[in-house]
Design a protein around this ligand. Sequence first.
Ligand SMILES: Nc1nc2c(ncn2[C@@H]2O[C@H](COP(=O)(O)OP(=O)(O)OP(=O)(O)O)[C@@H](O)[C@H]2O)c(=O)[nH]1
Length: 221
Amino acid sequence: MKTTASCLKVVVFGGPQVGKSAVTVRFLTKRFIGEYSSGTDCSYQMMFRYEDAALKVEIVDCSSSSDLEKNKEVDTADAVIVVYSVIDSESLKSAHTILDFLNKRVHFSVPVLLLGNKTDLEHLRQVSRDDVMRMTRNYGCRHCEVSAAESYTGVNRPFQQLLADGLETRRTRLGHVKRRKSLFENVSRRLGNVFRRKSLEEVLPKRRLPTVVENMNRRSV
Ligand SMILES: Nc1nc2c(ncn2[C@@H]2O[C@H](COP(=O)(O)OP(=O)(O)OP(=O)(O)O)[C@@H](O)[C@H]2O)c(=O)[nH]1
């Protein structure tokens, strides 16, 4: 199994108690763990098999108490998940603020997944599906609703899709940097040629360069 050189980084945001840790741990371990220490950032690293290669994935679970503006994780993210809870309308407002922040802050097109959690509590739903659809359209992000408590498969599918999107974006970005580099090298080579030619033209009339034949003659003397 080949090992990919670097690590794919996924950053998870969301309001308080929406289940950021729960969905992350569900994806990574297949288990639902009810309680986590609240208000602390966590980072998880795992190896996955992807397209016959080992892929290292780092998931950074940003606590809701983290100051968004000071968050540096997002600058190096390959993908972002914004979690809300379907039973908490305030959490959708937080998600809106986060998507807005990402829209301004992230310069390259990092794939974003808007992930609704706690669908097992559908009878307590506060979040309107229309509002979510509007946000998804406005920000051009993927959307899915799951229950970390109920289903591993439900959580696994959108995560897998996001990892695939993240890898694709990284490849495109790297390809773009290489193309930009070779374009730059081309231009500088051409400029170099122009200046070299110009300086020869300036020198030639004053001091004629010896021809190959003259050089041979000199050596044979
Ligand atoms: N019913 C239900 N409860 C859930 C689900 N996911 C998480 N919870 C519960 O929601 C609470 C918050 O979950 P966490 O994973 O700690 O949430 P968080 O977003 O990481 O919380 P902060 O660290 O405070 O930001 C816990 O009591 C979980 O047991 C779910 O899918 N269904």
